[in-house]
Design a protein around this ligand. Structure first.
Ligand SMILES: [Zn+2]
Length: 85
């Protein structure tokens, strides 16, 4: 049953993201900010949310790495091109 709910949630999220308009970006930004806040490192440099054994995962966890990959690394077609003078 859990996998059906996960599939429904995933499908709804994919559809929602595909239909984003400019005015939706504020909500998306707030959601990403809130998610990243949950995954801040603790005083020992470990993610507060991502559990592992015997302790939580090291920071940056996968959530931060995914955010970094999608938000900070430019896609290949948008990389800065060096212009020769
Ligand atoms: Zn995490």
């Amino acid at each position: 049953m859990a996998h059906v709910l996960a599939a429904v949630l995933r499908a709804a999220m994919v559809e929602r993201l595909a239909g984003l308009t400019t005015t939706d970006f504020g909500n998306l930004t707030s959601a990403v900010r809130e998610i990243l806040e949950l995954h801040q490192p603790d005083c020992k440099g470990r993610c507060r949310e991502c559990t592992g054994w015997p302790r939580n995962r090291k920071f940056p966890c996968r959530v931060w790495l995914i955010a970094h990959r999608h938000l900070l690394i430019p896609p290949p077609n948008q990389e800065v091109r060096h212009v020769r003078h």
